[in-house]
Design a protein around this ligand. Structure first.
Ligand SMILES: Cc1cc2nc3c(=O)[nH]c(=O)nc-3n(C[C@H](O)[C@H](O)[C@H](O)COP(=O)(O)OP(=O)(O)OC[C@H]3O[C@@H](n4cnc5c(N)ncnc54)[C@H](O)[C@@H]3O)c2cc1C
Length: 291
């Protein structure tokens, strides 16, 4: 493991001061949430020295607020805590099933969806689910707070939109209205503890007749970043989410994808699988929205 210093600020001001000091000096500071990506990378891929800034003692990163209009999930909340929250499970079943797929029970005791997002792996499981659920990043830095939709936060493989001195404070979601539900599915070659070959998150809203009035579809592991696929949502809108609409949405996901071939799957395979996952996730979201 490379050399590093460690600080655990007890509040946001202290954390921002540390980040500002490093940004001004041109030295490296890196945020630590659960550490399930960071510590692995420190041991192998990237051993260069840095100061690790642990965000777990900061109040704003440790809060879950479930309001009448909005839901906020702090960036230090581990997946295990999310998964045990029955109110969140009722509001965002897809997001929670994505969080529940990250690693094992042990990993979920530490891993956060904020860390999953900031790590910006194309295959990060919670990312398409957060995009489908309309997630917005709450980012804080020396200049104040700014917000960015999750789909705009990702700028490349392992890259995100944070500027030096900034951190992800948490994620905001509009509280889903009636007959709205989400779902997330991924495909992996093993039954668990593997990286997605493809993933798809879908959120739909139905009217009283079961017609789709709003939809968001996002895909993962089939492009350099997770992607929002507006054409897939278009294919669902105005339909009763019947087979034809689901097939058209799946085809739009295939068209939006630009995967690589690797030991887990070829380009052709991934492009087919993402369509299947879209059809199935949309059907699950539809059935959930019908209640
Ligand atoms: C055995 C194992 C199995 C895994 N299985 C899966 C899986 O099935 N699916 C999956 O998607 N991932 C998986 N992962 C990867 C990892 O667990 C997830 O990406 C996890 O969600 C990362 O969260 P974390 O809190 O541990 O992030 P950390 O490791 O703490 O941080 C990850 C990156 O994000 C940055 N960061 C973290 N928080 C912030 C913040 N608030 N602001 C700015 N930057 C921040 C860190 O500096 C670092 O670069 C697995 C990892 C292991 C070790």
């Amino acid at each position: 493991m490379g050399a590093f210093a460690y600080v655990a600020p007890s509040n946001l001001e202290e954390a921002l001061a540390v980040l500002k000091e490093h940004a001004s000096a041109g030295t490296r500071a890196q945020l630590l949430a659960g550490g399930t990506d960071l510590l692995v990378q420190l041991r192998s891929a990237d051993k260069t020295p840095r100061t690790i800034v642990d965000i777990k003692k900061i109040a704003e990163t440790n809060r879950i607020d479930i309001g009448s209009e909005e839901v906020y999930i702090g960036s230090a909340i581990p997946s295990a805590v999310l998964n045990e929250n029955t109110e969140l499970a009722a509001l965002f079943p897809g997001l929670l099933e994505a969080a529940d797929l990250i690693g094992s029970t042990q990993i979920q005791g530490r891993a956060t969806v904020g860390g999953n997002l900031c790590n910006a792996s194309p295959a990060g499981d919670s990312i398409p689910a957060m995009i489908a659920a309309g997630g917005v990043c709450v980012i804080v830095g020396a200049k104040g707070t700014r917000e960015l939709p999750v789909e705009d936060f990702l700028t490349g493989v392992g890259k995100n939109a944070l500027e030096p001195g900034e951190l992800l404070l948490g994620l905001k979601f509009k509280r889903p209205g009636p007959r709205t539900a989400d779902a997330y599915l991924r495909f992996i070659p093993r039954t668990e503890m593997d990286i997605a070959v493809a993933g798809c998150g879908v959120s739909v809203t139905l009217d009283q007749n079961g017609t789709c009035t709003a939809a968001r579809v996002a895909i993962g592991a089939v492009a350099p970043t997770a992607l929002l696929v507006p054409a897939a949502a278009e294919a669902l809108l105005g339909s009763k989410l019947d087979d034809d609409a689901l097939t058209a949405a799946g085809a739009a996901c295939t068209a939006a994808s630009s995967p690589i071939s690797d030991k887990r799957g070829t380009v052709e395979y991934r492009r087919k699988v993402v369509a299947v996952l879209c059809r199935r996730a949309a059907a699950i979201a539809r059935d959930r929205a019908k209640g």
